[in-house]
Design a protein around this ligand. Structure first.
Ligand code: NAD
Ligand code: UD1
Length: 352
């Protein structure tokens, strides 16, 4: 079976994707600094798979290291060769993702996200590995008022985090163009990945600031914070609150497998694909849905609009669906149920 190098594989989306890769029989080499994750996510993956009768012995190689350090990346490639399990492809999740922090400290965002990716590509070139799937974000788009965003829409990020993502996409495109007969590259623009694996054994456990709506809803539900502040009640939407495209993390994880399979099967190419459901949900709808499906109360208050927010951010996912044959399977109810199940089973995330 194929060996896949997953940077940031202990993180939220990375761990769910590693689980699927292993389930499909792949070997995973993970490099993670654990700056925003825990080794325990990987232990939990083995438990989930053991329950399904899958033995992960000799299938997971977890390396603590930093993409800012070229040697750390090289060591992983080297190890895969020594083990006779040479890395075929890379899925690149590692990076920093807080918009707020990126405004306060752009240096570490450019250094880690852009600098780390350059280190990774240098190493891939050295080891003649030319297949990569990269975690980009819907945050690269210039917002539109009411229509869905497609991959050809104008990109104008409004914060350093988004700038780093678009810069990496451009760098990857230049890399592809430099040897178009060799590179297979997919940039996946995620919309709002939320929820957790149905087992409740892995999920989102942000160690730094968690300002996003979904983790705040689960925190209110579990009594860790009193109420949600809804940023704005006068947006030009059906109920006055902002609309987003919430997508189950397992659908996002599956999107990576489909993208990787497509890349390997088809001729070398550079792809940009939206990973979203194409369905918009308002802040109030998400809260109401979460309350109903989980039978909990989520008190909220209306607050000022958040700086830089947009009324409507929803994917046109037709391109990803048509070329990959990937269709997001899970509903908003699944998202609400699975995220709450994870929170209930792990009130302190991966910490004991
Ligand atoms: P996450 O923080 O849970 O995962 C990122 C992982 O990378 C973590 O395990 C972290 O410890 C690791 N990491 C960070 N810096 C590193 C470094 N210098 N060296 C090695 N490892 C490092 O985040 P996530 O939600 O799983 O997101 C994964 C990727 O997807 C990120 O690149 C993020 O920007 C992108 N993305 C996420 C979302 C989202 O809503 N979660 C949306 C769009 C794009
Ligand atoms: C955020 C990131 C974006 C990233 C995306 C997916 C910001 C500014 N943007 O976008 O870069 O790609 O997540 O991970 O952080 N809301 C509240 N109260 C809260 C929190 C949020 O009302 O306490 C509202 C927001 O105004 C927004 C919606 O909930 O309308 C979703 O917010 P959030 O979860 O932060 O995601 P995005 O704004 O889509």
């Amino acid at each position: 079976m194929k060996s896949i190098f997953v940077t940031g594989g202990a993180g939220f989306i990375g761990s769910h994707t590693c689980l699927l890769l292993l389930e499909k029989g792949h070997i995973v080499f993970i490099l993670d600094s654990f700056i925003n994750s825990s080794e325990k996510s990987i232990t939990q993956i083995s438990i989930i798979l053991k329950d399904k009768g899958i033995d992960t012995n000799g299938k997971i190689y977890l390396c603590k290291g930093d993409i800012n350090n070229l040697e750390d990346i090289e060591k992983v490639f080297q190890m895969s060769i020594e083990l006779n399990k040479e890395i075929e492809s890379v899925i690149h999740f590692a990076g920093l993702k807080s918009v707020f922090e990126s405004v306060i400290n752009p240096l570490i965002y450019w250094d880690t996200n852009v600098g780390g990716t350059i280190n990774l590509l240098k190493t891939m070139k050295k080891f003649k590995c030319r297949n990569i799937v990269f975690s980009s974000s819907a945050t690269v788009y210039k917002s539109k008022l009411k229509s869905e965003l497609n991959e050809n829409d104008v990109c104008v990020p409004v914060n350093p985090y988004g700038d780093t993502k678009l810069t990496i996409e451009k760098f990857l495109k230049d890399t592809y163009k430099s040897s178009p007969n060799e590179w297979r590259i997919a940039c996946l623009r995620y919309f709002n990945p939320v929820g957790a694996h149905e087992s409740g054994l892995i999920g989102e456990d942000p160690l730094g600031r968690a300002d996003n709506l979904y983790p705040r809803i689960t925190k209110v539900a579990s009594g860790k914070i009193d109420s949600i502040k809804i940023f704005g009640s006068d947006w030009p939407t059906k109920d006055g609150t902002c609309i987003r495209d919430y997508i189950h993390v397992m659908d996002v994880a599956e999107g990576h497998l489909y993208a990787l399979n497509y890349l390997i099967k088809e001729k070398p190419q550079f792809l940009t694909l939206n990973l979203g459901t194409g369905k918009g949900t308002s802040v109030l709808e998400l809260i109401r849905n979460f309350e109903k499906i989980n039978n909990v109360r989520i008190p909220f208050i209306f607050d000022e609009r958040r700086l830089g927010d947009n009324a409507y951010v929803v994917a046109d996912n037709s391109y990803a669906k048509s070329i990959l044959n990937w269709i997001p399977q899970r509903t908003l109810n699944d998202i609400c149920r699975d995220g709450w199940n994870w929170q209930l089973k792990n009130p302190n995330g991966f910490s004991v």
